[in-house]
Structure formats: structure tokens, C-alpha cells
Design a protein around this ligand. Structure first.
Ligand SMILES: [Zn+2]
Length: 278
């Protein structure tokens, strides 16, 4: 199996978003109004998996429309995101980093993708989906979709980012994995498991890839860096701190497993784009 770690833009957020930011209304308001000089730049990663059973993309990063010239363009951001999300993320997508540009650099077209998996429906993971409408399948957990459509989640997960796209929903099934004992086995051979790890959102999936007795985990936003599980301090913007802590304890257990090759978080500035073969 081969894993490409692709940097699909960045966010410029309050440091509280990455660690100990809290999830109450006052915490979120502080993150929204953080001054420019207090903010930190964090990457937005997505992942291309060359799996023997298919070519799989995990998450999509930002869309080109948010950053037409590759720099931070507040007006362009506001055309894609509602004001509060625009203020929270201050996103930008340097030239060549959009998901379709990265695929093209690898000699691939969106229609070559057998599957696009969305770990969850937050804008920084979903916005690039519009470039991938020709992918063979795009999948999100029913539990994530349900909350996004029907609850206050739609404020942080604008429907405009995916309306009209052929999103398929999968159902988690009971399995002795993760904190919620719920997972979905994409290929039916346990080589690519989507494991429900609630806390950041209800339906969020982390991805466990296994090959030759070794495994690695794509932790989405359950943690923003290893510091979160080492110090048991959750990132901000979660919906349930208790569940976030449970998720961090689970990630720490995985990290200590000798078969674990690594845990990669979607916004860890210490991670560099790279290709891993295992
Ligand atoms: Zn994120």
C-alpha cells in the first residue's frame, strides 16, 4: 500500500483551535475574533491511498474558488463560506495545492479515483469535493450526514459545499474498534477501516490502514497533533469534550502499539507532505 500525504491549503486560526480551545459559545467566539498576530498557520492535509483494491482519496482540502490567486483573499473566502466560518479559518490555497492540481501532478484525473472518503463534513475537509464530481464514489458516514443536515451542525458545515453532489452514505456496524465500537470495513478485508471516533463531530471517522501486520491511522480532527493525546488536552471546536478525551486516550493506546507505524492528524504542522509505502 502507498500513502501520499497531500497538503491541500492552510488555515490561519487561534492557537486554541489546535489545543485546549474548548467548545462552548464563548470559546468559539474567542477563536472567531482572534487577532491576526495571535493566529497560527496550520496545514490542511488530505491523503491519497494506492490500495491493491482501488485508488482512494481521504478528504479534499479547500477549493480553488476560496483562493483564486493562491493567496488569502477575504472576499473570495466570503463567496464560499459564511462570515463566521470565514473569520474562524482565514483559509488560503497556494497554487498547485488544490486537490485536482495535486492529482494532475501525479498523472491522475478525478475519474481515476475509485472512492473519495470524507472523514467528516467540516468545510476544510469538504470544500474541494466540488472538483471531484467525476470520482466513481464519494462516501460519508450516515451518522455524520444526519447531524449535518438536521441540527445546528449545518452552521459549521454549509450544505452549499456538497449540495448536488452524489454523496453516498455508509452505515457503521458494531465492531470492537474505536471508542464507539462502530466501524465500516470499506473493502471487506479489514485493510481499510473507517472507525467512528466522536468528539470533534458526532459521526467523524478516523481511518485505519493495515498491511503486513502493521497499521497506521489518519486521525482527522480527533487530534491536531500528538501533543493532544500526550497531554490529554483536546483541540478546540469539538462538540463533546468527554468524548474528545476518550478519543485521545484511544489514540494514545494506538500510538503505543508496536505495530503502529504512525498517526497522522489533518492539521499537524510538524507533518510534511510525503509518500509512505508499507
Ligand atoms: Zn479540520
Amino acid at each position: 500500500m502507498k500513502l501520499h500525504i497531500l497538503r491541500c491549503g492552510q488555515i490561519r486560526v487561534s492557537p486554541a483551535a489546535a489545543i485546549s480551545g474548548g467548545s462552548g459559545a464563548a470559546d468559539t467566539a474567542r477563536m472567531l475574533t482572534a487577532r491576526e498576530r495571535e493566529r497560527v498557520t496550520l496545514p490542511v492535509f488530505c491523503y491519497l491511498i494506492e490500495h491493491p483494491k482501488g485508488l482512494v482519496l481521504v478528504d479534499t482540502g479547500w477549493c480553488r474558488e476560496i483562493s483564486p490567486r493562491g493567496d488569502y483573499d477575504p472576499k473570495a473566502v466570503r463567496r464560499v463560506l459564511p462570515g463566521q466560518l470565514a473569520a474562524l479559518y482565514r483559509p488560503c490555497l497556494p497554487e498547485g495545492e488544490a486537490v485536482y492540481e495535486q492529482l494532475a501532478a501525479l498523472g491522475l484525473r478525478p475519474e481515476d479515483l475509485d472512492c473519495v472518503l470524507l472523514t467528516h463534513m467540516d468545510a476544510d475537509h469538504m470544500a474541494g469535493l466540488r472538483h471531484l464530481r467525476k470520482a466513481k464514489r464519494m462516501l460519508v458516514a450516515e451518522d455524520e450526514y444526519f447531524w449535518s443536515c438536521r441540527t445546528v451542525y449545518k452552521l459549521r458545515q454549509p450544505m452549499s459545499l456538497w449540495e448536488g453532489l452524489p454523496l453516498e452514505r455508509y452505515y457503521y456496524r458494531g465492531m470492537p474498534l474505536g471508542t464507539n465500537r462502530w466501524a465500516y470495513d470499506l473493502f471487506g478485508d479489514e485493510s481499510l477501516m473507517l472507525i467512528n471516533l466522536p468528539g470533534h463531530t458526532d459521526g467523524m471517522a478516523v481511518i485505519r490502514l493495515e498491511s503486513g501486520g502493521k497499521f497506521l491511522i489518519l486521525a482527522a480532527d480527533a487530534a491536531f497533533s500528538p501533543k493532544n493525546w500526550q497531554e490529554l488536552r483536546p483541540p478546540g471546536l469539538g462538540f463533546d469534550r468527554g468524548m474528545q478525551l476518550k478519543a485521545l486516550r484511544w489514540l494514545r493506546e494506538q500510538a503505543e502499539d508496536p505495530a503502529c507505524l504512525g498517526i497522522f492528524c489533518s492539521h499537524d504542522p510538524a507533518v510534511k507532505p510525503q509518500i509512505l509505502t508499507f
